[in-house]
Design a protein around this ligand. Structure first.
Ligand SMILES: Nc1ncnc2c1ncn2[C@@H]1O[C@H](COP(=O)(O)OP(=O)(O)O)[C@@H](O)[C@H]1O
Ligand SMILES: [Mg+2]
Length: 511
């Protein structure tokens, strides 16, 4: 095996953060090498150093045995390095072929010969199983196909090393399988791949070797054939983790949430939720699966009174709350864990205590005749910090200074206080590390066990499968299927997520 890329002691700091702490890495020709680590471990930063988007503070980069300096992406591309970022950098109104040549030096002829480019894109696509219509405009293509365009763009520039930053985050399970096939075919033809992920199963299913990063440091590089998910999890988190959630079988109770023919528009005034109907009972978690952007967020906002319903009804414990204000809905016993805790979930410049009392400050015992009661407030804050294991030097710390996981615990502590009848949890573990994820999931199961109805919206299918009692799949604003979680067929759910299958009694109004 010949070594293609070698990093020696790459160090990169941001104000107050050591993002890469003298990291070594070696990539061989034709291998698929996973870069595994929790959120914030330094994976993207390290690869941005390789790709010339950041300058390392110190350390060396070797390409085919020679030391190189990469000052900008152009230098990396010239060496033969391609990178597909988490957020694609394509131009939506342009075609596939136009995007592929965008940014390349213009040829001497006044007009670019696009048909030649189209032909080459077609041929490259056939060679690696990356099928795309070169004449299609980007905005018309599903996300999974846009990702293929990004890969084609790198291959067109003769990349010998392809860096993919969390490429499966935006894909359905079916699309993930397709991508894996493409990557294996690329590797077989000698192209090296660095596959950034925090998902252990993907490392085991796809990669030859894996380098684990934790807190900016390299923990180890191992062959995937010599390791397993449990060991990798331990390296990644730094302690033993138990991702198995114990969920007792329970008989669901009365219907808490009943949604009938609910419709709503998105921020651009286009239909986002289309005549959706379902119910959730006590002691039950209904998971809503779907690729991001299929109306899930809008659905949660309508249920919580933050977005207007244009049609249909929402009932909580028999009360019609359609188009009521969030406060009225809270008073019916509804809790909301928003997908963007930094913007709508928390007041970042306020203290932990102030955030914790956000929902109950106007009620006894926290206030009496409109006057805050400092003792009960301090006791409430102290007990929440303890119960929800919020790691902080004290209750008066500003929330913005907490880590993502601890911020989410503040949201949970506030929302779960007072035993809500219904919890709407939208992407509750997004961006959290494994430890915090484990904690949040257990809290939701605990709430379910003690009688709450839970609507869990998540783009992580694994999370939906682990936590739910029933699974609904959303596609382009519609619920295309509702199935029991026990014995659920992943392939079937994946097809529903891709919009090619509808399953079950969609009115589901039998109770
Ligand atoms: N441009 C930046 N400015 C300041 N801090 C950053 C920047 N990019 C990343 N960081 C910090 O560096 C650390 C590593 O981040 P990142 O490389 O994005 O991790 P990963 O990709 O593994 O999730 C994190 O603490 C992050 O907050
Ligand atoms: Mg990253």
């Amino acid at each position: 095996m010949t070594e293609l890329l070698r990093l020696e002691k790459i160090r990169k700091t941001f104000p107050g953060v050591l993002a890469n702490d003298d990291v070594d890495l070696s990539i061989e020709q034709g291998e698929i090498h996973a870069l595994l680590g929790e959120n914030g471990a330094g994976k993207t930063t390290l690869m941005n150093c390789v790709y010339g988007l950041y300058r390392p503070d110190s350390g060396k980069i070797f390409w085919k045995g020679k030391e190189v300096s990469v000052h900008q992406a152009r230098d990396a591309i010239a060496l033969g390095i391609g990178m597909v970022h988490q957020h694609f950098m394509l131009v939506p109104p342009l075609t596939v072929a136009e995007n592929v040549v965008l940014g390349l030096p213009l040829p001497r002829e006044p007009l670019l010969d696009l048909s030649a480019v189209e032909k080459e894109v077609q041929q490259t696509g056939e060679r690696y199983g990356l099928l795309v219509n070169p004449k299609a405009q980007i905005w018309q293509l599903p996300v999974g196909v846009q990702q293929r365009v990004e890969i084609l763009k790198a291959l067109y520039r003769k990349a010998e090393l392809l860096i993919l930053d969390e490429p499966t985050a935006v894909l359905t399970p079916g699309e993930v399988e397709e991508l894996f096939k493409v990557l294996r075919s690329l590797a077989n033809q000698g192209i090296s791949i660095i596959f950034i992920t925090h998902k252990l199963e993907e490392v085991m299913a796809l990669c030859d070797r894996v380098t684990v990063l934790r807190n900016g440091r390299k923990v180890a590089t191992v062959n995937t054939s010599d390791t397993n998910t449990r060991e990798l999890a331990k390296m990644m988190v730094g302690r033993e983790v138990f991702l198995d959630i114990k969920k007792p079988d329970l008989m669901p109770g009365e219907v808490v949430l009943r949604v009938k023919n609910l419709s709503a528009l998105d921020n651009r005034e286009l239909p986002a939720v289309k005549s959706v109907s379902f119910y959730i009972r006590r002691n039950e978690i209904l998971g809503i699966a779907g690729v991001d952007g299929n109306g899930q967020t809008e659905l949660a906002e309508v249920l919580f009174g933050m977005r207007k319903a244009t049609n249909g009804t929402v009932e909580v414990l028999g009360y019609d709350v359609t188009n009521c204000s969030p406060l009225e809905i809270i008073n019916r016993g509804v809790a909301y864990i928003p997908p963007d805790r930094q913007h709508t979930g928390l007041l970042l410049d306020f203290t932990i205590t102030e955030n914790l009392i956000g929902k109950s400050y106007y009620k006894l015992p926290l206030s009496k005749n409109g006057i805050f009661q400092s003792r009960p407030i301090a006791e409430f804050a102290a007990s929440s910090i303890k119960k929800f294991d919020i790691r902080t030097p004290g209750p008066d710390l500003k929330v913005k200074l907490l880590s993502g996981g601890n911020q989410q615990k503040v949201v949970l502590a506030r929302e779960m206080s007072g035993n809500p009848a219904l919890v709407i949890a939208a992407q509750p573990t997004r961006g959290l590390d494994v430890g915090a994820t484990e904690y949040v999931r257990n809290q939701m199961v605990e709430a379910r066990n003690t009688g709450a109805a839970i609507l869990l919206i998540s783009t992580e299918l694994e999370e939906i499968l682990t936590l739910s009692d029933r699974i609904a799949v959303m596609y382009e604003g519609e619920i295309v299927g509702i199935v029991p979680a026990k014995g659920a067929d992943i392939h079937e759910i994946s097809e529903m997520m891709a919009g090619v299958l509808r399953v079950g009694d969609l009115t589901a109004m039998d109770i």
